[in-house]
Design a protein around this ligand. Structure first.
Ligand SMILES: Cc1ncc(COP(=O)(O)O)c(C=O)c1O
Length: 458
């Protein structure tokens, strides 16, 4: 079903007359199927505007207020004035290029202490253009040899596998267990025995497992949360195998579910690079994220600094600095809540918990146990976040998605998009963040009708 036409390719570009470039001559990452899958989802969404879409993993627009941006920026500027900054310096703070590692590191460090019990120096933080840039910089700096391997808990966020491939790093998936309905979510997820086995396989192949990427809380795409025991085991394993852990947890503060400690707050050996995002907790248009990279780096002459300094060097050649305006807005939000982004998100978290619970309730009602068993369908029950996984008894691919959109008016994301080495062919990701109750209700009706039809045909 994928037309193979690049998104945005115009008839002008295809009509000849200009320079033709061969796709094979471009970097292989642009031919990565992941890049086309996201285009395909967009294409389907545009082609069936009436369909109810459980696809976008974006915050709900109704929670934003335009005036908020002005008051956040104002709050930050007032803060600078209270700190004794002159009008000229304040003007510079908004209008000029800024320090590469960011202007608001102290505020972020304070917020991490207040909200997460993560106690790090501001100098170990780099403010980035979203978490996406934090991933890219971290991978660029850490992966130096052709044999270096990135393990990723799978299914995994496409941003990390995409960034790895841009850099010529092949991600190696370690499959997590996504439990069906009725099973305590804390029983599922990543198994450290599987990570250990993957490390052994890579070492035997002459590779160097360098880091493992995980999304411990309400993962995108599966919705799974890593149990506390696994967090401790993973830290032990990382120490034993000299692995770094890349912790990415953008959904933990947009739920009122019990929060387990972050890996970074449990990290006694500086094994964890914490990748932060304000996209779900403040707003994604700010494009502000950060990396906490407090590992020491020692050069040949014995001088030492933070890994963050090395990330900042790369950043100076990628985005120069994160937009001061975006940083000012996020800083205002941090000041407004005395660093407690969790407090700032009380209402938001209630909203997302409610849409997730509504989706689960609709699934339970429309697909009760007997019907579920007959169809061979099941789903997990995340405690929070934007996503859940539905397991189905038939192959889920782009053709199935197109049929679902066209004949049943419902869109979702095939789970296979999130497995870097294949897998997930019988899984569907539902995103629950973006829909009203009524839309969820009829969306799940439509989904159940699609599943029933596809199960019978399979
Ligand atoms: C797991 C995960 N990490 C990172 C990001 C990207 O964050 P940012 O908008 O800060 O780049 C997302 C966005 O959806 C995500 O789901």
């Amino acid at each position: 079903m994928n037309s193979g036409t690049p998104a945005g390719a115009s008839s002008l570009a295809l009509s000849g007359g200009g320079t033709d470039l061969r796709r094979e001559d471009l970097h292989p990452s642009v031919s990565d199927p992941v890049m086309d899958t996201m285009n395909f989802l967009n294409e389907i969404t545009l082609r069936y505007p009436e369909a109810i879409s459980f696809a976008p993993g974006r915050p709900y627009d109704g929670l934003f207020d335009v005036e908020q941006i002005f008051s956040y920026v104002r709050r930050y500027l007032d803060h600078l004035a209270q700190q004794g900054e002159s009008p000229a310096r304040i003007r510079e703070a908004l209008f000029q290029y800024g320090p590469t590692a960011g202007r608001i590191r102290e505020l972020i460090a304070g917020s991490l202490r207040a909200d997460e019990g993560i106690d790090v120096l501001a100098e170990s933080i780099v403010v980035t253009v979203g978490c996406q840039e934090a991933m890219f910089l971290t991978l660029r700096v850490l992966f130096s040899r052709p044999e270096d391997v990135l393990l990723v808990s799978s299914p995994s966020y496409v941003g990390i596998t995409g960034a790895a491939r841009l850099l010529g790093i092949e991600p190696v998936g370690v499959n997590e267990c996504i439990e069906p309905v009725g099973v305590n979510e804390h029983e599922g997820g990543l198994s450290c025995a599987d990570v250990e086995a993957a490390v052994a396989v890579e070492l035997a192949a002459g590779h160097r497992p360098r880091a493992i990427y995980v999304t411990p809380d309400h993962s995108n795409p599966s919705g799974v949360t890593m149990p506390l025991r696994t967090r401790h085991e993973l830290l032990d394993l990382a120490a034993r195998h000299d692995l770094l852990i890349l912790e990415d947890s953008p959904y933990r503060l947009v739920s009122q579910a019990i929060r387990l400690p972050t890996l970074k707050s449990l990290d006694r050996g500086r094994r964890v690079v914490h990748l932060g995002s304000y996209s779900k907790t403040v707003f994604p248009g700010a494009r502000v994220g950060f990396a906490v990279a407090d590992q020491t780096v020692v050069d040949a002459a014995g001088r030492s600094g933070f890994l963050a300094d090395e990330l900042a060097k790369v950043k100076s050649m990628v985005t120069v600095n994160t937009s001061p305006l975006g940083q000012a807005a996020v800083a205002g939000a941090l000041l407004e809540s005395a660093g407690r982004i969790s407090d700032l998100n009380n209402e938001t978290a209630k909203y997302y918990d409610d849409t997730l619970r509504t989706t689960l309730r609709c699934l339970d009602r429309i697909l009760p146990p007997a019907r579920r068993a007959r169809l061979g369908v099941g789903w997990n029950r995340p405690s929070g976040g934007f996503f859940l996984t539905v397991k189905v008894p038939f192959r889920v691919d782009n053709a199935a998605l197109a049929r679902s959109a066209q004949d049943f008016g419902v869109i979702w994301t095939p789970m296979s998009y999130f497995y870097p080495q294949g897998g997930g062919e019988r899984g569907i990701r539902l995103s629950t963040s973006y829909l009203t109750h009524d839309e969820i209700e009829s969306g799940i009706e439509r989904l159940a009708a699609f599943i029933a039809s596809a199960s019978e045909a399979s």
